[in-house]
Design a protein around this ligand. Structure first.
Ligand code: ADP
Length: 348
């Protein structure tokens, strides 16, 4: 009977007296980008977490957030109604896109909605923090056991394995270590969301500290790092330090074989931001990769050729964006690379 709603050209959700979704029409599925009817029999607040069902009046038109596996916490306009079908009372939700016009109204005139928006942001942050916690702690633990026990197998049971068996154990160990690196990369990426204090930071001092941290690598490659007249800027110092560390470390790692890495760091004061440049004489990058290198885990080289997880530049991009700036590269293969990033002079 409820199939009748498939014939109406409005995305519609039908909810029973237990506030569970009993039907969503095809156009509704498409509208909410739901892959199938799996949502049926789930409570309606699963889709609309902020909805206050008890307060809804027939024909009422309201805005609320909705959540699905693809789009998390977006806004949607709904017209509510109720109807009795074969003696059973149903709640009907007619859905409508939340337009930019609504958004203007929403953000300027509707204080309730601003509160709602804030609540959603707080929830999103909490979810993100939980996620970070899960990946950085809970997933690490089984991996540590996996690495430990595979190492034990390799060392203590040497005589029991033939050559092939030993090789398999080594594969397990290497893969687990790689997974551990990937997970800590992901954790690093999501930690950039954490609130940090903004402070006036002397970039020359910060670079000295980065050089100290990288001294082992700098000495190994005999790299030369030069800089002068670097300013003091308002920034999130821990993040900016990580950004420089990643870019300098990459410039050393992607140096040409048997050529001494030379890295020059400079800064230019512009009208609204600071422009930093890190120029190297390394292997360079083909222009077709200029945009993709910032994608998490995207790498241009084989792991055996150059070590790494492919998370470094994704972290750099997120940090530049956190400073309301941008990051880009100018380069040609074999001609070195110049990574540039900007930091807004007044960040909030
Ligand atoms: P990783 O260093 O772990 O590979 P990144 O995200 O830091 O990951 O870098 C992504 C890719 O961008 C690298 O794999 C490399 O191909 C390229 N790249 C980054 N920095 C440089 C550089 N200074 N010179 C040449 N290629 C670079």
């Amino acid at each position: 009977m409820l199939n009748f709603f498939d014939t109406i050209p409005i995305p519609t959700i039908v909810v029973n007296n237990e506030n569970k979704i009993v039907f969503i029409n095809q156009i509704g599925l498409q509208f909410l980008e739901l892959p199938n009817q799996d949502i049926v029999l789930k409570p309606v607040i699963y889709l609309f977490p902020e909805i206050e069902l008890g307060k809804l009046k027939n024909k009422e038109y309201f805005t609320t957030s909705y959540k699905n596996s693809i789009r998390v916490n977006n806004f949607i306009n709904i017209q509510f109604d109720s109807s009795t079908i074969q003696n059973i009372e149903y709640k009907l939700f007619y859905l409508k896109e939340f337009s930019s016009k609504d958004s203007q109204y929403f953000s300027i005139n509707n204080t309730d909605s601003i509160e709602l928006q804030n609540k959603l942001l707080i929830n999103q942050n909490k979810e993100l923090e939980q996620f970070t916690h899960i990946i950085s702690h809970d997933l690490q633990e089984p991996l540590i056991s996996l690495i430990g026990y595979s190492k034990l197998l390799e060392e203590e049971y040497q005589d029991k394995f033939d050559e092939e068996g030993k090789m398999f154990v080594q594969f397990i160990n290497k893969s687990a270590i790689r997974m551990q690196n990937l997970i800590s990369g992901l954790a690093q990426l999501s930690r950039i969301n954490k609130r940090e204090a903004i402070s006036l930071t002397d970039i020359s001092i910060l670079i000295k500290e980065v050089k100290d941290d990288l001294s082992h690598k700098i000495n190994k490659y005999n790299a030369i790092i030069t800089y002068e007249n670097l300013p003091s800027i308002n920034c999130y110092p821990t993040y900016i330090r990580l950004l420089f560390q990643n870019l300098i470390s990459n410039s050393i790692k992607f140096s040409k074989k048997r050529i001494q890495p030379k890295i020059q760091i400079s800064c230019f004061e512009r009208e609204i931001d600071w422009l930093f440049q890190i120029k190297d004489n390394g292997i360079g990058i083909d222009s077709r990769h200029f945009d993709t290198i910032y994608i998490p885990f995207k790498r241009l080289h084989n792991r055996n050729e150059y070590s790494g997880t492919g998370i470094g530049l994704a972290v750099c991009k997120k940090i530049a964006e956190k400073h309301q700036g941008d990051i880009w590269v100018e380069s040609q293969p074999k001609q070195g690379s110049k990574f540039c990033f900007s930091v807004k002079r007044t960040i909030f």
